[in-house]
Design a protein around this ligand. Structure first.
Ligand code: PMP
Length: 375
């Protein structure tokens, strides 16, 4: 990754000197399964209603800073009230604000890597120390007791359920233990929660634990990644702190109108979520079948993506892109994810294309032949 120029390194705050220059490394492809988006897009009936709402939205006035109509709708859906909900410009803004409000120098955030890289990034921006409780390198599962121990010593802990990129859930019983152990706040990031088995959300614990914070996004199940809207469910005083640090107008009028319409019409989104869940099972089974003759590991997932390990993953990713015009995410560089690719579950056609391409690219023989076959 390129670094900031020496001149600017001397000018930025000392803790920001080693920041990478942002490079999304994005290549337009026929099939993009690299960012865990919802490749089905918004269902037509909901899209028509959103278009109508957008057409009726005036852009000459500032937005309602707190998106109160949307908060009310989200609160009604989740069986709570507005005071327990805050909306942000994507889950990312809320994660940043969480670290801004509750982290900082001398504070520690516990995380469970491999996990979503933004937690450590926002911790570094806010000078929050990070305590890493690593997953088992083979099963990718968390060590519950080690997490409870870390939670007891941390100011904040973030668990992801389902976890990106490993796909596993944080059991509700574990989150309960973390809420009891942690003197500060426990965030459960349920960005992919709608794709998980019913009953896996930690929301049921919110009444019992005022230190629990649950993060959601409309980027995944609601196919609104481009609109940038996320929300947090938490105790009213935690919501107040997140409201106090936020940029006043970060959620624009068009996003508020689109998100409100989508959430009102939430039942319209259920069929695509169900299709993604069944496609996930089909792709997992097909990859397991492929693993009988190829060197390939795949982990089960409760999200809209699957993590696979293949020899020469970076080269496989490059060939998928250049020869098949299919983009997947390469995690080879990331600690704990050597030779791992993350593949978003797409439409049946997209999934068939990636399965067929992997079948062609991965050598059918043992590991000693793999480099040869890939070259
Ligand atoms: N949490 C997790 C685990 C994610 O993977 C993502 C997006 N990739 C987010 C939060 C944030 O999503 P957004 O900012 O699009 O709402």
């Amino acid at each position: 990754m390129p670094q900031l120029s020496p001149r600017v390194q001397a000018l930025v705050q000392p803790h920001l000197r080693d920041l990478d220059v942002y490079d999304p490394n994005f290549t337009p492809t026929r099939i993009n399964l690299s960012a865990n988006e919802n490749t089905y897009d918004v269902p037509p009936a909901a899209r028509a209603a959103i278009d109508e709402a957008l057409a009726a939205t005036h852009t000459n006035r500032y937005p309602d800073p707190l998106s109160n109509e949307l908060r009310d709708e989200l609160a009604a859906w989740h069986g709570t009230d507005r005071a327990h909900v805050i909306v942000g410009n994507g889950g990312d803004e809320l994660l940043y604000n969480f670290l801004l409000a509750f982290g900082g120098p001398g504070r520690t955030l516990a995380i469970c890597p491999p996990t979503f890289s933004e937690y450590a990034f926002f911790a570094s921006l806010t000078q929050t120390d990070v305590a890493e409780v690593w997953r088992d390198p083979e099963t990718m599962l968390a060590d519950d007791d080690a997490l409870v121990d870390a939670a007891g010593k941390a100011n904040l802990i973030i668990l992801t359920s389902p976890n990106n990129p490993t796909g596993d859930l944080a059991p509700v019983a574990l989150v309960r233990r973390l809420c009891e152990a942690c003197p500060g706040l426990v965030m459960v990031d349920e960005a992919y929660g709608e794709f998980a088995a019913p009953g896996s959300s930690c929301e049921s614990l919110l009444d019992a634990y005022d230190n629990l914070v649950v993060l959601h996004t409309l980027s995944k199940a609601f196919a609104l990644a481009g609109a940038r809207c996320g929300y947090v469910l938490a105790a009213p005083d935690v919501v107040e702190a997140l409201a106090a640090v936020r940029q006043l107008y970060s959620v624009n009028v068009l996003t508020q109108a689109a998100a409100l319409t989508a959430v009102r019409l939430r039942d319209e989104f259920a069929p695509t979520v169900a299709t993604i869940v069944s496609e996930r099972a089909r792709v997992l089974a097909a990859l397991r079948e492929l693993a009988r003759t190829r060197e390939l590991t795949v982990w089960p997932s409760e999200g809209n993506f699957l993590l696979v390990r293949v020899p020469g993953a970076s080269e496989v990713r490059r060939r998928l892109r250049d020869e098949f015009s299919i983009l997947v995410r390469d995690f080879s560089y990331a600690p704990g994810l050597a030779d791992c690719l993350r593949v978003t579950v797409g439409t049946p056609e997209e999934n068939d294309a990636v399965l067929a391409a992997l079948g062609e690219l991965l050598p059918a023989a043992g590991p000693s032949d793999s480099l040869q076959a890939l070259s």
